[in-house]
Design a protein around this ligand. Sequence first.
Ligand SMILES: [Zn+2]
Length: 59
Amino acid sequence: MTSGGGERMAPFYCPYCGEESLEPREEHGSWFCPDCVRSFTLKFLGVGAPRTASKEIPR
Ligand SMILES: [Zn+2]
């Protein structure tokens, strides 16, 4: 991977209507969809698969 720092996460399409032409808002990580007039944010939660408390994989 050759991408440097300061990379901003960008959604590929609107999660509500599927529109691909999204406009970034002033708020960090916030996006505006002009098609359905919705604003939303993306939040990076972490790397790795989420662990399920009910199932543990025996070693
Ligand atoms: Zn939309």
